[in-house]
Design a protein around this ligand. Structure first.
Ligand SMILES: [Zn+2]
Length: 513
């Protein structure tokens, strides 16, 4: 079909995501399941495929795969079976990979993806399947042409999650990957760190043509490109964008893709490069793994169903409903499960503080609720900007920092009741992170409290006025804009501990005397 009839080419994207499970041991042997600095140390006759050895499935890996399947809304196959996937590569010692083909652990799920600000803010992403398989070793190609192989990674359990081709842009693909990473982190089955190879992505993309009338042209999808082994969110986005442009050019030139091909992302050149035309399933000669009996998963699925923690999408909704957070704030907090937990504890502590403070005692129920909403809002601001900033500066994490939600909530109430201003609050928070002490003690020890003592403030104001007689005279002569000049001087005089509002009021009174 010449391009003249086509008004639009829409990207059709599906993902295959490998998640490395953080089990203690490998999928089919008792070797430690993580990579080591010294090559070929976490290996044994089973993962090196010595003759006569037998694979025994790791129960922990099976539980994790079923948990992920349930969290992705899939049905769990019972029985589920392992198959051999044949291909030859030096980092695959058996000459085949134990994977799953016709009876994966999980099939037919759905993830509702939120892409705030996207063209499609809510997307239903179908999950075709999620299956268990073993990782391969790693090849190192040296400059002199030799290749070395490290088998420490060989046999580490992976779950491969395959989506339907429901994604329509690189941004949506990235959002799905981030959501999947958050889900596996929430379930505690993987750290999902792309830089460390815990999460690796193959992206399938083709373009679909729409005619002048906005109708889809043709009944079938066009042959796709599979971009292999994308190992960062940035690579996923850039590779897909490059491929959209490349395929669009092919369409314009009348050379529409006729076969499915496999390409890799070359980050140095910022382009995808053809690797090979894609093998079909027949090329892999899949057949059932004869050494492993089928897995009867129904009882396990029943048990695990009750143990799935609250998933990110539900938690986002709840944070918005229960704490009246803005959706963007809820999303930001929930991106880090540790921070989300901390926030919830801090929110409930805030309610306690509110109940115990004289400032709030006289309020009626409606005012109290409104007040708590304000406190929560202030708290979210401190969590998402000031606290995360301070943690990042220290290379720390909310899980390891010496900070309790109780003390953090106290800090927020001190700000809310004007006992601390925002500048000193950050200073106090920094000390809290380092010492684990509560904010009132830090304020006392370091004299960081806001001056509310009017005598002390009046003395500071008198000193400032005495020190700036020209400006004081000008103010009295009607140049009232100088008020801010005096506020600044008083703040400096009190090292930022004065309450700005009180300072302003007292200055006006004193200057106009
Ligand atoms: Zn082993």
């Amino acid at each position: 079909m010449p391009l003249g009839h086509i008004t639009m080419l829409i990207p059709i994207i599906g993902l295959e995501v490998h998640v490395q499970l953080k089990t203690k041991s490998k999928l089919f042997c008792s070797c430690v399941a993580h990579e080591a600095a010294t090559p070929n140390t976490n290996v044994c006759p089973v993962c090196l495929a010595h003759p006569g050895t037998l694979p025994v499935p790791n129960q922990e890996a099976v539980r994790m795969a079923v948990t992920l399947g349930l969290a992705l809304g899939c049905r769990i196959n019972s029985p589920s079976r392992f198959d051999r996937k044949h291909y030859f590569y030096p980092d695959l010692p058996k000459g085949y990979q134990i994977s799953q083909y016709e009876h994966p652990v999980a099939e037919g799920g759905l993830v509702i993806l939120e892409v705030p600000g996207g063209e499609r803010p809510n997307i239903n992403v179908g999950i075709t399947r999620a299956h268990l398989e073993e990782d391969a070793g790693k090849s190192f190609h040296l400059d002199d042409g030799t290749t070395l192989v490290d088998f420490n990674r060989a046999g580490i359990p992976l779950v491969e999650t395959v989506t339907e081709a429901d994604l329509r842009s690189p941004a949506e693909a990235k959002a799905f990957l981030q959501e999947l990473r958050l889900i596996v982190r929430t379930l505690g089955i993987s750290d999902g760190d792309m830089e460390k190879g815990h999460l690796r992505c193959d992206a399938n993309i083709s373009l679909r043509e729409y005619d002048d009338a906005g109708e889809i042209v043709g009944l079938t999808w066009n042959p796709k490109t599979e971009i292999k082994n994308l190992n960062s969110f940035r690579h996923v986005e850039r590779a897909l964008l490059f491929e959209i442009n490349r395929q669009t050019e092919c369409w314009k030139a009348g050379a529409t893709p006729s076969v499915t091909t496999t390409r890799r992302w070359n980050d140095a050149k910022q382009q995808t490069e053809e690797m090979r035309t894609k093998e079909g399933a027949a090329d892999y000669r899949y057949f059932p793994e004869p050494d492993i009996p089928p897995l009867v998963l129904a009882p396990l699925a029943e048990e695990l169903k009750t143990m799935i923690p609250e998933l990110p999408a539900a938690k986002r909704r709840r944070f918005v409903d229960e704490y009246q957070l803005k959706p963007a704030d809820a999303k930001l907090l929930i991106e880090d499960p540790g921070l989300a937990d901390f926030a919830e504890h801090a929110f409930s502590e805030l309610a306690e503080w509110q109940g115990s403070l004289p400032e709030f005692a006289a309020l009626d129920e409606t005012e109290k609720k409104k007040g708590l909403g304000k406190l929560t809002k202030l708290c979210v601001g401190y969590l998402t900007s000031k606290l995360t900033g301070l943690l990042a500066e220290r290379g720390s994490d909310i899980r390891i920092a010496h900070l309790t939600p109780e003390n953090f909530a106290e800090l927020i109430t001190l700000v809310a009741t004007n006992k601390l201003n925002s500048r000193t609050a950050v200073e106090v928070l920094g000390h809290m992170l380092e010492t684990g002490a509560d904010p009132s003690h830090i304020m006392e020890d370091r004299q960081l409290g806001q001056i509310q003592n009017t005598d002390m403030l009046a003395a500071a104001i008198n000193r400032v006025i005495a020190g700036n007689p020209k400006e004081a005279a000008a103010y009295k002569a009607g140049k009232t804009a100088l008020l801010q000049f005096f506020v600044g001087k008083v703040m400096k005089e009190t090292e930022g501990t004065a309450d700005p509002k009180m300072t302003q009021n007292l200055l006006v009174v004193t200057l106009e005397k």
